[in-house]
Design a protein around this ligand. Sequence first.
Ligand code: NDP
Length: 252
Amino acid sequence: MSALEGTVALITGASSGIGAATARALADEGAAVALIARRIDRLHTLASEITAAGGRAAAIVADITDRAQAEAAVARTVGEFGRLDILVNNAGVMLVGPIEQAPIDEWDRMIDLNLTAALSMTKAALPHLLASAADDPRRVADIVNLSSTAGRQVKRGSAVYNLTKHGLGAFSESFRQEFSARYVRMALVEPGAVDTELRDHIRDGVREGNIDRMRTLDPLQADDIAEAVRYIVTRPRRQTINELLIRPTLQN
Ligand code: NDP
């Protein structure tokens, strides 16, 4: 039997990159997966692929920066599959560049998605994870938060992205201390450069150099991070992987 058979996982930002790869990995491990993002066509394509491979998937469109939509996405997941065992807070934006020239709405967008949306999803999912942890000792009840090397290492030109990822790390550690005794596990994954669409949203004039730098690093692939998430959520319940920092070998 696959390790996640009978479990339900919700993955935010499942329409591309690390989220899509994680959805495939968890479905391959037997989880039913709720795929959350705004681009519904991408979610439908991925859901069809997972279903065709024998898995269970639901495409749920939501802008999770809107708290009502975040809560509705959790409710629809539980409505569709009857429970929720794993939340992967993956959706994020990285709108880096110098503070002085930064359009302030870029800061809002990072805080709204990287922090506030992750908090909304966590709060909405929590009662279901607690129920899952309480009702069967063999079940997983996991939250995996996608942070970054930017959550550990502050760099000039990355101030608000650094702020959001450091904040996510602080929240995760406090959450861990509060809920570990009830077997709800919290893990933080901190990738270095991964070759995804993340950098496409950086503003003109900053984006090009960032992409060039990423390419010189022989970057990680989305599947590399998905395998880390798979590893985390398939550990026996006596064991928690609190933090995984994964860099391309060439990245300092
Ligand atoms: P992508 O840009 O490929 O994926 C981002 C995902 O977030 C997309 O699926 C997007 O879907 C979704 N998203 C964006 N806005 C919203 C919203 N308002 N509501 C719901 N979903 C939303 O980037 P990655 O896969 O690289 O990033 C995933 C995570 O990994 C992020 O948290 C990022 O910070 C982190 N990370 C990435 C690294 C990298 O180098 N790539 C390195 C370290 C960490 P849609 O547009 O359809 O809504």
